[in-house]
Design a protein around this ligand. Structure first.
Ligand SMILES: O=C(O)CCC(=O)C(=O)O
Length: 299
């Protein structure tokens, strides 16, 4: 455990097991950082920005203003910033922080889906019962985020439709500031990603939200962070950073997810949604029962 200026500490662990995660973090919705004890050498090599540029630099990515750029061109511009003085608190002029790149679709050769941490499963967004009800992209949603020192996520926000988030730091270091949900915060969002955002124009993240001080944690390459549904967050990069992230839904946040996502759908889809939930819930119970029967010690 690590204290951060009186804010709730983020629990850190070097090992992970499902029972403890579910009881201690998933259902109570408290963050967890899984520290990597020995960063995977393959990861360190494969996800170095220069290596990425060599391997998949010919692919196009979309900048936040929707203009397309070759990934290698973006990475070269990023690497040129290394060693330069930082400009401004959040963002370096000339080149933006690249976020929300659908990694599986844009860079199939990187096999980003293999880096989804086990704690993000089961993920009901991946199940056939929800096909046609949620965007196809969500079926294996892994986003790539890459940026340089001084950049950071531009707004404090919680993830769309009250989904849980996982983050895996692939290269270098990044600081996350996390705030718990507050009573009465919005949960019914149509284009939630942009709408559930508070302006982050204060350079002092500690004063951004009135209800709580942020809990802060620095992720190193190999570390995984679980950000529970509804938790607000913001980031800051220390040196050129590569991160993978994704979202998930299961028994622990289905109710919130359905409340946020359902109203954006028509009546028929909402009925299908309710039926899908019953099937997914039953499957979940059966899987848990089998787990307990095959390992009575976990009861
Ligand atoms: O890694 C980051 O900079 C922030 C990621 C994030 O907050 C998100 O994708 O929702």
């Amino acid at each position: 455990m690590r204290e951060s200026d009186g804010a709730a500490p983020i629990v850190e662990a070097t090992r992970w097991d499902r029972e403890t995660f579910e009881r201690g973090h998933l259902f109570p919705r408290t963050p967890l950082c899984i520290r990597s004890t020995a960063p995977d050498r393959d990861q360190l090599t494969a996800w170095h920005p220069r290596h990425l540029a060599n391997q998949v630099g010919h692919r196009e990515v979309l900048l936040p203003d929707d203009s397309a750029i070759d990934f290698s061109e973006y990475v070269e511009a990023l690497l040129r910033l290394e060693g330069e003085p930082l400009h401004g608190e959040r963002g370096t002029p000339g080149i933006p922080y690249l976020t929300h790149v659908p990694a599986c679709e844009t860079f199939p050769e990187l096999q980003a889906e293999e880096w989804i941490p086990p704690l993000a499963r089961p993920n009901w967004l991946e199940r056939w019962e929800l096909r046609g009800l949620v965007p196809a992209l969500w079926l294996r949603w892994v986003e790539l985020l890459i940026g340089a020192a001084g950049m950071g996520y531009p707004s404090v926000h919680f993830d769309a439709y009250i989904t849980h988030a996982w983050v895996r730091q692939m290269h270098s270091r990044k600081r996350f500031s996390l705030w718990p949900p507050f009573a009465g915060q919005p949960d019914h969002l149509s284009h939630a990603f942009r709408e559930n955002v508070l302006a982050a124009d204060s350079p002092d993240t500690k004063t951004l939200m009135g209800h709580s001080q942020p809990s802060e944690i620095v992720l190193n390459a190999g570390d995984v962070l679980f950000i529970p549904a509804g938790w607000w967050h913001l980031t800051e990069i220390f040196t050129t950073s590569v991160t993978l992230s994704g979202n998930f839904v299961n028994d622990s946040n289905w109710g919130d997810f359905a409340r946020a996502w359902g109203p954006t759908r028509g009546r028929r889809q909402r009925l299908w949604f309710a039926a899908a939930r019953a099937v997914l819930w039953a499957r979940n119970r059966a899987t848990s029962a089998i787990r307990v029967l095959s390992n009575p010690a976990s009861r």
